[in-house]
Design a protein around this ligand. Structure first.
Ligand SMILES: Nc1ncnc2c1ncn2[C@@H]1O[C@H](COP(=O)(O)OP(=O)(O)OP(=O)(O)O)[C@@H](O)[C@H]1O
Ligand SMILES: [Mg+2]
Length: 616
């Protein structure tokens, strides 16, 4: 009873595994689109090629029978040439058809990989911009591009080989009955043992170990990259052995997992598998010993020898077929992990786009009871945040690091969407505004400015691709960038980030401001635009900011409180909550967090002045 139950369980498990494999293949075929037909055609042709590839063995059997039948008077073997040509014809035809099969499957595989890449990129375009902050571009590229490439082997080779091998096994069973079932069965025993060994390696608990082994490999490669990336920090802080710690642990973990999987799990089944695959011939021996006496006594020794010759040669293709199955099984596993990686891109949340867009009615911004939690975070980064910025007003967000300022600012251009509550631009929920219209309304200067590796001209023009050279120049002038352009070898056509032309943090921020000025959006979101600047740069940035913010709605985040003194309203964010709100005069005369921050800020400025004087 117990046995019956567990047998049933195993069957169910197998069914589940089978379904999973089918699902992976059907997922891939889903990406193939109309090229699915080519995959099926390739699979069919592969089966035809395999069957054709078996016929020469039959021809050999016929020729051998012919020869042995007339021995020793070989001249009587008149059919030999015919069988020879037939064998050649089928072998050659089989190769040509297999070639055609591979052409079909390769074409389908490349198109499928291209479709995966296209769909992935199209999906990413719909993701909120914040998604790219939490997912490095290299990682996304690796998942999508690398993942797509890894599916190629399955579609280009494995599927055709699986179908071809299945056709071959059916052919083999037929031939088994045609010639000598005992010798045929011996060949099949080898096949069954080999397949059983493969299932042992890849099924059940071992599949989990295999996944762990692959994950360990991934982790090790990531740790390696991190280590190389961190070399400057390691050198600056004179770290030696400790810097290796994470990398070394990852290598050791991989080594353990590899040993556990290859040594513990694979050693015996793989040895059995290889013995069965490579030594199919040996399985014929007991059958031969069993049949030989009766063949001798019955007088049909010629027939026995012919059959033996056939199976001896035929066993070679059994081992080739088994090797193909193994290759195909590893292709399936590879495709499975590749699809999982691709899924992380394809299943990334997308920005909801309204079917019924509304135009913002003015240039005001309002937060209504906004709560937002980052994916995977335990606590909300913003909780019940409400404030209003009237058109043309300047509102400052201040507060300790990690308070939620950048997060709040990011919600306005929908880098992230609220978890609950509403963000309104021009009295319309940002979710109900056409994303293009919203992007035109809001210019964002990031905390960490990013310039592209291209000319200054193109970097600024990114804000408005149809802007003329003159417009770009005047935006750069307004952003106080004249000194930067003067010192560059090719002016605004100089490529940034190459051949030694790098800009300082403050310089990059001014170029970013020029970009925002060129965009000419009515709402400006500034995230700590002065964080990196030296005093000289800061003065220039303040001037550029004045041009940028004039007559516009501004939401600014600044650590240097002197910049926010003139703001119409100051919102103090701490731990994702608004703890205070009001003008500078009101808040600084109170006893709250802002007043404390203001006192500390002034003290820091005084220290600076004193130490500067002492330095004189
Ligand atoms: N992409 C992200 N994924 C997960 N958590 C994040 C992400 N960005 C920020 N956080 C978390 O959200 C909280 C608020 O961060 P935020 O960047 O908004 O702070 P901030 O007020 O701008 O700080 P700072 O003054 O240092 O720039 C922090 O606890 C931070 O760890
Ligand atoms: Mg910030």
């Amino acid at each position: 009873m117990k046995y019956g139950k567990s047998g049933c369980k195993i069957k169910k498990e197998r069914k589940k595994m089978k379904q999973k494999k089918q699902n992976e293949i059907s997922v891939l075929l889903g990406y193939a689109g109309k090229y699915k037909v080519l995959t099926f055609l390739g699979m069919f042709l592969s089966a035809v090629a395999m069957i054709m590839g078996m016929i020469p063995y039959v021809c050999i059997w016929l020729a051998a029978r012919d020869l042995i039948g007339v021995a020793p008077d070989w001249t009587q073997a008149t059919e030999i040439a015919k069988y020879g040509w037939l064998a050649f014809g089928f072998a050659f035809g089989g190769i040509i058809i297999y070639f055609a099969a591979l052409m079909c499957t390769h074409l389908a595989a490349f198109r499928t990989a291209a479709n995966i890449r296209k769909q992935g990129v199209a999906h990413m375009m719909k993701a909120p911009l914040g998604f790219f902050d939490s997912n490095a571009s290299g990682l996304l590229r690796n998942r999508l591009d690398g993942g797509a490439a890894e599916t190629e082997t399955l579609l280009a080779h494995n599927l055709a080989d699986i179908v071809g091998t299945a056709a071959m096994f059916i052919g083999m069973i037929v031939l088994m009955f045609v010639f000598d079932w005992r010798m045929g069965a011996s060949c099949l025993v080898a096949a069954v043992i080999s397949v059983g060994a493969m299932f042992t390696m890849m099924g059940g608990k071992n599949a989990k170990l295999m996944m762990e082994y692959q994950t360990a490999q991934d982790v090790m490669s990531k740790a390696g990259t991190e280590y190389v990336r961190g070399i400057p920090v390691v050198k600056v802080f004179q770290q030696t052995v400790y810097s290796f710690k994470a990398f070394k642990a990852a290598i050791e973990n991989y080594s353990n997992k590899a040993e556990k999987y290859t040594g513990g799990v694979c050693r015996v089944p793989q040895s059995v598998n290889l013995t069965a695959t490579e030594g199919v011939f040996i399985f014929l021996v007991p059958a031969v010993l069993l049949i030989a006496p009766s063949a001798l006594s019955s007088g049909d020794f010629a027939g026995f020898i012919t059959n033996f010759a056939f199976y001896a040669v035929f066993s070679a293709i059994v081992s080739t077929a088994l090797a193909r199955i193994m290759f195909a099984a590893s292709g399936l596993m590879l495709a499975k992990t590749a699809l999982a990686r691709i899924d992380t891109v394809m299943k990334a949340p997308t920005l909801e786009i309204t079917d019924n867009p509304q135009a913002p009615r003015n240039n005001g911004v309002e937060f209504k009871n906004v709560t937002f939690t980052y994916d995977g975070a335990d606590v909300p980064a913003l909780e019940h945040v409400s404030f209003k910025v009237l058109p043309g007003q300047t509102v400052a967000l201040v507060g300790p690091s990690g308070g939620g300022k950048t997060t709040a600012a990011s919600m306005i251009p929908r880098f992230w969407d609220v978890s609950s509550g509403e963000v309104l631009v021009g009295d319309v929920n940002v979710k109900d505004i056409d994303p293009h219209v919203l992007m035109d309304k809001v210019a964002f200067v990031f905390q960490n400015t990013r310039l592209f590796k291209t000319s200054i001209l193109e970097n600024v023009r990114a804000a408005r691709p149809d802007a003329s050279r003159e417009e770009v120049l005047s935006a750069l002038h307004a952003a106080q960038c004249d000194d930067i352009i003067e010192k560059l070898p090719n002016g605004i056509d100089t490529l940034i980030g190459s051949e030694g032309t790098y800009l300082s943090g403050g310089e990059q921020q001014r170029v970013a401001l020029a970009r925002a000025i060129l965009k000419n959006a009515p709402i400006i979101v500034l995230d700590e635009a002065t964080a990196f600047a030296d005093p000289e740069n800061e003065a220039l940035i303040q001037k550029a900011l004045k041009t940028l913010t004039e007559g516009r709605t501004v939401i600014m985040i600044a650590h240097r409180l002197s910049t926010v003194v003139g703001a119409d309203n100051i919102i103090v964010l701490d731990n994702g909550h608004i703890v205070e709100e009001g003008t500078h005069d009101k808040l600084s005369s109170g006893e709250g967090l802002y007043a404390r921050m203001w006192r500390e800020y002034n003290q820091a400025v005084r220290w600076k002045i004193v130490s500067a004087k002492e330095g004189d």
